[in-house]
Design a protein around this ligand. Structure first.
Ligand SMILES: Cc1ncc(COP(=O)(O)O)c(C=O)c1O
Length: 476
């Protein structure tokens, strides 16, 4: 049509990028460009194109319908993993976390949440008129990472909750972190339950903890008794992009409230392909061959890390062997600069940060990776390496517990004006400030800006120059 009228044809710059590339895929989704997909999905995708693109036909149904294959599949998955219920999702962990949060609290109520909550949770607070009572986390200065919260840390947080008299309706934990820091979540969940709080765990990066194949991995929060747990199946299992699952157990959260909030957020046309991918990735971990493959991937990842350490690559240790972290700060290099340099040479990592670069080894076999990594590390050192490590990173200068000075959603929607950071002191933020990845807000709408916070954000701007603007919107 366009061509007949003499108009230029619509440009399609995306399409050429979706062809096999020559670079090394060490980013998410964890299926690593296809080889890590379950055999059933590979067969489906290599068949006639489009046959799988079906609507919610009666035989298929959907995540919120009582009848049909999707409902039967969800029942089977919940039973296989010993959980009361689950729902498959086609909008990532994002959609599942938002639905879960909205099921836990009503407008005007408050939830205890860690500072490293993904931005989707803050957005859900804004949608639902819920107050995030945010607790800070332990910080590791040589890399600029937050560590996992342990029982002692949580006790300190609960002491401040009590001293300040916060009335809470529930609590959220993030475990493991994007980089793979994690502890046994059971004591934390138990303690929060003792306080009368239902617990939602964002285990987006820890689906592979669920089958319990490897005793050195932390247990899944589902085994630790969490009421709601979200897995991002494309981040830490073998699902296609956007696949996720929300698990529910126990009596503390009403499953009808979960269904209702899923209905508020979910498309009325969920992709049958993505739902089948949810099913296949979970089914894979109920078979002997799928579990063997997972075990093998973990063993290979540990062996690779050991070989790289022998070659003096500065790798950080976390609870998840599938996250391989180059501690670039140890060689005076920013992880963002390292990422740019490596990407130009075909080695594509997942999470560049000021002090590190995290690669996701995922579920695909990685042959020849040791040699590639050693060669590129040595090239990187030659081109960007410094004699001294980067100076220690500074934690956010905030009290252990904070909540926004103004309702998060109201501040986001309020008339606002854009000012320089220096002029924002004393104002109330009307936007999120959030480098992506990792998607963890540095500033939440409704928070009041003081001098030390503004100075800290100016410092972060030097680390993330393309991601943090020189100006910020504050409530007018
Ligand atoms: C901790 C955490 N939770 C949730 C999400 C959202 O996951 P998804 O991309 O599946 O929506 C992310 C994404 O980076 C994340 O890091």
């Amino acid at each position: 049509m366009m061509e007949r009228t003499g108009e230029p044809a619509l440009d399609t710059p995306l399409m050429p990028l979706l062809r096999p590339g020559r670079g090394r895929w060490l980013h998410l989704p964890a299926h690593g460009g296809g080889p890590g997909l379950p055999a059933a999905m590979r067969r489906l995708l290599s068949g006639r194109p489009g046959v799988w693109d079906l609507p919610e036909l009666p035989a298929i149904g959907g995540p919120l319908l009582e009848n049909g294959a999707v409902a039967a599949s969800q029942h089977a998955a919940a039973a296989a993993f010993g959980v009361d219920r689950c729902w498959y999702g086609v909008n990532g962990a994002t959609g599942m976390l938002q639905a879960a949060l909205l099921a836990m609290a009503k407008p005007g109520q408050a939830l205890l949440m860690p500072r490293n909550s993904h931005r989707s949770l803050i957005q859900a607070c804004a949608l639902g008129g819920i107050t995030p009572v945010l607790f800070d986390l332990p910080f590791i200065v040589d890399r600029g990472h937050v560590a996992a919260v342990d029982a002692v840390w949580l006790e300190g947080v609960l002491a401040v909750v009590e001293a300040e008299g916060h009335a809470l309706s529930g609590a959220v934990l993030v475990q493991p972190t994007y980089n793979g820091y994690a502890v046994d979540p059971a004591p934390l969940i138990k303690r929060l339950h003792q306080q009368g709080l239902p617990v939602l765990v964002d285990e987006a990066h820890g689906s592979h903890f669920l089958p319990g194949v490897d005793p050195s991995l932390p247990a899944s929060a589902l085994r630790g008794g969490a009421d709601l747990v979200v897995h991002s199946l494309h981040k830490s299992s073998t699902g296609l992009g956007q696949t996720a699952v929300l698990w529910h157990q126990g009596q503390r959260v009403d499953p009808d409230a979960v269904s209702r909030s899923l209905g508020w957020l979910q498309t009325t046309s969920p992709s049958a392909l993505l739902l089948a991918s949810c099913e296949a990735s979970l089914a894979d971990w109920t078979t002997r061959s799928g579990l063997c493959r997972l075990r093998r991937r973990l063993d290979q990842a540990r062996a690779l890390a050991e070989q790289l350490r022998d070659q003096e690559l500065p790798l950080l240790e976390t609870a998840d062997p599938l996250r391989l972290i180059w501690h670039t700060a140890a060689a005076g290099i920013s992880g963002l600069d390292a990422d740019e340099w490596l990407m130009a040479r075909g080695l594509v990592g997942e999470l560049p940060e000021p002090g590190c670069l995290t690669f996701c080894l995922g579920m695909a076999t990685r042959s020849g990776l040791r040699r590639t990594m050693v060669r590129h590390w040595s090239g990187l050192l030659q081109h960007l390496g410094q004699a001294r490590p980067l100076p220690p990173f500074t934690p956010t200068p905030i009290p252990l517990l904070t909540s926004p000075a103004m309702d998060c959603g109201e501040a986001w929607r309020a008339p606002s004006r854009e000012v320089t950071w220096a002029d924002s002191v004393g104002g109330i933020a009307a936007q999120l400030v959030c480098p992506y990845p990792p998607g963890i807000p540095l500033l939440v709408p409704g928070e009041r800006l003081d001098v030390s916070r503004v100075n800290w954000i100016e410092q972060q701007r030097r680390f993330w120059p393309d991601q943090i603007s020189s100006r910020v919107r504050i409530v007018a």
